[in-house]
Design a protein around this ligand. Structure first.
Ligand SMILES: *Cc1c(COP(=O)(O)O)cnc(C)c1O
Length: 410
């Protein structure tokens, strides 16, 4: 397929896309200075509804209700939004998800609680290609608690297979920490199969859903997941630094030993009691005062996803990444660009990574042109295709610009 055919095909795909109009609900969709935003997997665009929500909150709720706001709903917001995310994107029944902290801090808290509930086993299993924060946090916990890290190798353009995990787990496995969607390759792990085999070995699993929540459907309850966490500023469009969410399966809540015992995770915070008595249920995951301003925006994206249905979001995501792979094969592979993501759409999240030695320099030049993908070491461009805010035409604009930049190298 030639470049002009691909441009035409992108237009046709946009015209046939039942979700195409939703793009206009995002601020900046018509910004002439950004002709392709391909980094929604690092920072999703804001919804126009969020501008109104923030303004109203500051004026009426914060400005009008003042300290009374805490009793009038703010204190319940972390669990209420947790339930909303559970229902729309995580496949979790109410009372198991809560918004708090950052993913990094929640990974620490959930892992410590999982280990405290364990049976004196000595190993944490994780993969070498997992996101740095996951590896660093587990490394710190291992040192703190005198445990051993057991590493699983992942395929460079794939991820962690059930076979690889099966080979790593054993009678010493306390906890396995993996990502649902790999942040570099975009590989979707087989969560139910891996969770089942870890359980069969007597361990528990903590899943990181940062790169899937809001784009790839999850079924945390049906998959029998123990613990999960993820961020809300990627496909949940919660804004820079928005707090993360945690999932603790109901069966593990009673033995959830909070490593950062703060007053707002206590059963009756305003009793100001002498001793820490944890709240019943998911509320005990909280440590301190919830960041209310930071959790406003994600509600608009959750509402939009609920309106459309996560399956429709996933269908659009699959067509976007499939079109991107097709375009990469047609116009970039001749320049020596290599696809570092799965070809099978069933195993691919909502971004693809392509590798070429010149991509560090080329990314800088693309940003100057208003084409915004991101760069990941050692030589990859990640094309994040946020399903509701990215068009096929925009995807093509980005890939065509990469081809032009590669053409200039010759
Ligand atoms: C983005 C991302 C994080 C980020 O963690 P923060 O605490 O929000 O900085 C963690 N894990 C994965 C897999 C990610 O993709």
């Amino acid at each position: 397929m030639s470049a002009s055919t691909l441009a035409h095909r992108a237009k046709e795909l946009d015209a046939a896309d039942p979700l195409a109009d939703l793009r206009e609900e995002f601020i900046g969709h018509n910004d002439p200075g950004v002709s392709a935003y391909l980094d929604g997997n690092s920072l999703g665009r804001p919804l126009a509804a969020t501008l109104d929500r923030m303004t109203e909150f500051i004026r009426d709720a914060w400005g009008g209700r003042l300290i009374r706001g805490w009793d009038e709903g703010w204190l319940d917001l972390p669990a209420a939004i947790g339930d909303q995310l559970g229902a729309t994107v995580l496949g979790a029944a109410p009372g198991q998800c809560i918004v708090a902290d950052s993913t990094t801090v929640l990974l620490y808290k959930l892992a410590r609680a999982a280990l405290a509930a364990g049976t004196g086993r000595t190993e944490i299993v994780l993969d070498r290609d997992n996101f740095p924060t996951d590896r660093y946090v587990m490394d710190g916990i291992a040192r703190e608690c005198g445990l051993t890290l057991r590493w699983v190798d992942a395929d460079y353009d794939g991820g962690v297979s059930p076979e690889a995990v099966a080979a790593a787990v054993g009678p010493q496995t306390a906890l396995v920490v993996l990502s649902h969607v790999a942040y570099r390759s975009g590989f979707i792990a087989d969560v139910p199969a891996i969770t089942a085999l870890v359980h069969a070995a007597g361990g528990r699993v903590l899943w990181d859903l940062c790169h899937s929540a809001g784009s790839v459907p999850a079924e945390l309850d049906a998959w029998n997941v123990d613990y999960a966490a993820g961020c809300s500023y990627k496909y949940l469009n919660g804004g820079p630094g928005a707090p993360a969410w945690a999932y603790v399966a109901r069966r593990h809540q009673a033995d959830f030993a909070q490593p950062i015992q703060g007053w707002l995770g206590a059963g009756d915070p305003f009793a100001m009691g002498a001793d820490y008595v944890p709240a019943a249920g998911i509320a005990r995951v909280v440590s301190g005062t919830p960041p209310i301003l930071g959790m406003l925006a994600m509600q608009d994206m959750a509402a939009l996803i609920a309106r459309v249905g996560i399956q429709a979001v996933r269908a659009k995501s699959v067509s976007l990444t499939s079109f991107a792979v097709e375009a990469v094969d047609e116009v970039l592979s001749g320049h020596g660009v290599v696809l570092a993501s799965p070809r099978d759409p069933d195993r691919r999240g909502s971004h693809i990574t392509i590798d070429h030695p010149a991509f560090r320099d080329i990314t800088a030049r693309l940003w100057k042109r208003g084409i915004i993908p991101d760069y990941r070491n050692p030589n990859g461009i990640r094309l994040g295709l946020s399903p509701l805010s990215t068009s096929f035409a925009e995807t093509w604009t980005g890939i065509e610009a990469i081809a032009e930049e590669l053409g200039r190298l010759r």
